[in-house]
Design a protein around this ligand. Structure first.
Ligand SMILES: Nc1nc2c(c(=O)[nH]1)N[C@H]1C(S)=C(S)[C@@H](COP(=O)(O)OP(=O)(O)OC[C@H]3O[C@@H](n4cnc5c(=O)[nH]c(N)nc54)[C@H](O)[C@@H]3O)O[C@H]1N2
Ligand SMILES: Nc1nc2c(c(=O)[nH]1)N[C@H]1C(S)=C(S)[C@@H](COP(=O)(O)OP(=O)(O)OC[C@H]3O[C@@H](n4cnc5c(=O)[nH]c(N)nc54)[C@H](O)[C@@H]3O)O[C@H]1N2
Ligand code: SF4
Ligand SMILES: [Mo]
Length: 756
């Protein structure tokens, strides 16, 4: 028996920072987890969640066999039993009711798991359903829609160049806790500190005085949902005071005049009371942004998951363009990812623009965006009778019962499904509604390459981690599970030949690339390339292929020094590919080949904003919050992270508490149009008066789930309060920040559940 310890490396798959971890392991055990100080990108940084990867690996509640439900009880099943049941039910439902009768929900870990990132699209295509929902519509879809319309590609998201910037305005993000999102920058606290040390300035706009706000030069409270007005007033000031300087991008931009016209009525005075920020302060921030040697504006969850998410996300980029900070060092820039994503492919500067609105959701008529519908519409698509009703549902790495709005309705809708399958690692609040649960692997049994976050990173780089442990006997890799499901969805039954399926997928990929006139393998024989990829299979064959045909690739001999997976395997700490470089106009994929500064789909929403501004609503509103030891809903079962005081509390400003007669630690009842929760009160000056906060991802009091650690302190599910009927109208994104609520002392405190 080998007992000696070995050092092994693994990119952390939990959040977007993607830190390199160094683990000491022997046999199947992990002894320590540290940051890999030689990691070319993260240089040793890690947070407590990274350390807890060992708890996830060893968690006895993590599923290791397929589970089948029989009434209220569960039993372990064989893979064949599980796939046979799926085949029987899905085939029946789709032959009776068509393809759209099967819905698909994809959760956040899909983008953190290479096998899921590459093979979920394969299943999605085979299912051919229009009823696809993802966590993007409780997250960043407004940003993707805005940049997609402006630059022609939904993943051309400008990244704040924080390592060189002299001014950073953060709205609705708390990267010191979240570790950054749509901004992959490990150890972001150090980077922001360095920004200040080199004479730069950090300003935070947030209804809560967050850890990031505390580390900033300035923090200003804002009324939730006030960002679009605030940003329009900045644009207004830039124009009114002649502070715009688009520079070299001026001839490459359409729509500047429309923007000038739209901002005309939004003076700082006109919006000040609505957003809660003094007019002179708005003007000063506009002037500072214009005067800084380089500046970036960074808006995240707080600017996306709100009523005017698309407008706010768009205005951030308008400001970058107007101040000359788009696509320049120290401003915001576009990464060039090594696997060759869409904005590096084809003819530079030429595109088809976005394809959106090809179909609409059946009940409320929301447009598809990038092939998906808003998850705020999922429950009604299950509940409403008629053609196209969802009767079967797949959830993959998602927990919509805790993460999507109006959980009470969602739960009822899930109960009414004819059939449900979940691909997940836990029996939790969502998967407990499934008929069959297929288990994923421990991250330490998976290899890892970041396809998404390499497109959102502050430096270009490429890193690969190989699996630390073998796939245990009796388990399957998630890509193999997805191929089995693809076999079922494409009518080949539950025992399809997955090797042949995978070869066919790979051949198609190669053929498409070889047909591309600008590709390094243009005109090459696909069988020759397939042979060159031998003996890799599955996601690693695809990864190797994409790296080799990508912008730094070896082109299968075209550039001997170029990148390949083999080269990455020989560089276990990763390869740094340098700082971000200016990419406009080559990056653009709009039809015009220009930046579209005023897309009509977005600007038409200004009228709604004006009406909202005139209405002047003043009720108490709820926002969320993230904390370091949580990751959305699913890490509360890990013992290292579960320790410490209860974190699921209602934060409220003492002045509001006095008015409402609430005392610290007492229970309050918080209700909204759709639901009600009872939760302990935490008084804090960190909250803007009129605004309260409850973290999302809690509410583990579902006895049918088997999360033994999480159930000890379940907390409450804040999405019982989020209203599925209220969305950012342009994108359909859920409104999770700024939910109108009423708050009262819990009357019958005896009867209150002992939760939290
Ligand atoms: N009120 C409120 N709600 C929010 C938010 C908010 O700020 N406020 N934030 C929103 C955001 S930004 C997001 S991204 C969503 C997240 O929404 P979801 O993705 O729906 O929820 P998660 O909590 O991330 O759940 C992830 C699921 O994946 C499983 N899982 C983890 N790793 C793996 C794996 O490797 N393989 C498989 N097969 N399964 C795995 C977990 O067990 C869990 O069931 O929540 C959103 N909801
Ligand atoms: N520890 C930890 N890290 C995480 C996660 C986690 O759950 N825990 N989740 C991961 C995921 S999926 C994501 S998407 C990222 C999110 O990353 P961030 O966006 O940085 O995360 P949040 O902490 O939700 O920050 C949102 C901020 O917006 C503020 N806010 C709310 N409403 C408004 C508003 O109307 N206007 C403005 N200006 N601000 C507002 C909130 O007070 C909060 O401080 O974090 C990722 N990292
Ligand atoms: S910040 Fe923490 S959770 Fe995020 S990648 Fe790094 S170690 Fe993992
Ligand atoms: Mo997210």
């Amino acid at each position: 028996m080998v007992t000696s310890e070995a050092k092994r490396l693994r990119i952390c798959p939990f959040c977007e920072a993607a830190c390199g971890l160094e683990l000491t392991v022997s046999e199947r055990d992990v002894h320590t987890v540290r940051g890999d100080k030689d990691d070319q990108f993260s240089q040793g940084y890690l947070c407590p969640k990274g350390v807890a990867i060992q708890d996830l690996d060893s968690d006895p509640d993590r599923l290791r066999a397929p589970m089948m439900r029989n009434g209220d009880s569960w039993r372990k099943a064989t893979w064949n039993e599980a796939f046979d049941a799926i085949d029987r039910n899905l085939t029946r439902i789709s032959s009776q009711h068509g393809r759209d009768a099967t819905g698909l929900y994809l959760g956040n870990p899909v983008v953190h798991n290479t096998a899921l990132t590459l093979y979920v699209p394969v299943l999605r295509k085979a299912l051919g359903t229009r009823n696809v929902f993802t966590a993007s519509s409780v997250d960043q879809i407004p940003k993707q829609l805005a940049v997609g319309l402006m630059f022609g590609n939904a993943l051309s998201i400008p990244i704040p160049d924080i390592d060189r910037s002299k001014y950073l305005l953060i709205l609705g993000a708390n990267p010191l806790v979240s570790n950054g999102s749509l901004l992959t920058a490990p150890d972001i606290g150090r980077r922001l500190e360095q920004l200040r040390q080199r004479g730069g300035k950090l300003v935070v706009i947030d209804p809560r005085r967050t850890k990031t706000a505390q580390a900033a030069d300035e923090h200003h409270f804002i009324r939730p949902g006030g960002d679009a007005c605030f940003l329009l007033a900045i644009v207004h000031t830039l124009i009114a005071e002649n502070l715009t300087s688009p520079g070299r991008l001026l001839p490459l931009t359409n729509g500047i005049e429309q923007v000038e016209e739209l901002a005309r009525t939004f003076s700082p005075e006109a919006v000040s009371s609505h957003c809660g920020i003094n007019a002179n302060m708005i003007r000063r921030i506009a002037r500072e942004l214009a005067a800084a040697d380089s500046a970036a504006v960074y808006g995240r969850i707080g600017t996306c998951t709100q009523q005017f998410g698309t407008l706010a996300s768009w205005l951030v980029e308008v400001i970058h363009l107007l101040t000359g900070n788009l696509d320049r060092p120290g401003g915001v820039m576009f990464p060039t990812a090594a696997h060759g994503p869409g904005n590096t492919k084809g003819i530079a500067g030429v595109g088809r623009g976005l394809r959106i609105g090809r179909w609409k959701s059946r009940v409320r008529g929301y447009s598809e965006i990038f092939g998906e519908l808003p998850v705020a519409c999922l429950a009604e698509e299950i509940e409403t009778p008629g053609d196209g009703r969802i009767r079967a549902l797949f959830t993959i790495a998602g927990n919509p019962l805790l993460s999507a709005p109006n959980s009470t309705r969602m739960s009822r809708a899930f109960e009414s499904l004819e059939f449900m399958v979940s691909l997940d690692i836990y029996l939790n609040e969502t998967t407990r509604h499934a008929d069959v649960i297929l288990p994923g692997l421990s991250p330490l049994e998976n290899g890892h390459y970041d396809f998404i976050f390499s497109q959102l990173s502050v430096r270009n780089h490429a890193r690969y981690s190989s699996p630390l442990f073998d796939v245990p006997n009796g388990q399957l890799s998630e890509w193999e599970i997805l191929l089995r499901l693809t076999g079922i969805a494409s009518g080949q039954g539950s025992r399809a030949d997955t090797t042949a399926l995978d070869d066919a997928i790979m051949r198609k990929l190669i053929q498409r690339e070889a047909n591309e006139a600008t590709s390094s393998v243009h005109g090459r024989d696909s069988e020759e390339i397939l042979a060159a990829l031998h003996p890799r299979r599955g996601p690693w064959r695809m990864t190797d292929f994409m790296l080799r045909t990508g912008p730094y690739g070896d082109g299968f001999g075209a550039c001997a020094e170029g990148l390949s997976l083999t080269k990455l395997e020989r560089s276990p700490h990763g390869i740094d590919l340098g700082p971000l470089q200016p990419r406009i106009p080559q990056l653009l994929r709009t039809r015009s080949g220009k930046i579209e500064l005023a897309p009509e789909q977005i600007t038409q929403d200004i009228d709604r904003l004006k009406q909202h501004l005139a209405a002047g609503n003043r009720s108490m509103v709820l926002i969320g919050r993230r904390e370091l030891r949580s990751n959305n809903s699913w890490m509360h079962n890990l013992k290292r992270l579960a320790a410490g005081r209860s974190r699921c509390t209602l934060q409220i400003n003492p002045t509001d508490a006095v008015r409402l007669g609430l005392n610290d630690c007492e229970r309050a009842t918080v209700s909204s149009r759709v639901g009600l929760v009872e939760i302990p009160v935490e008084l804090t000056d960190d909250m803007f008066p009129g605004v309260v906060s409850i973290p999302h991802g809690w509410g583990h009091d579902d006895s049918a789930a088997t999360l033994r650690i999480a159930q000890v302190r379940p907390g409450v599910n804040s999405n019982r309060l989020a209203d599925d009927e209220v969305v950012d109208v342009v994108s359909g994104n859920a409104v999770l920040c700024g939910i109108p609520v009423t708050i009262a002392r819990t009357k019958n405190r005896e009867a209150a559940p002992a939760a939290t």
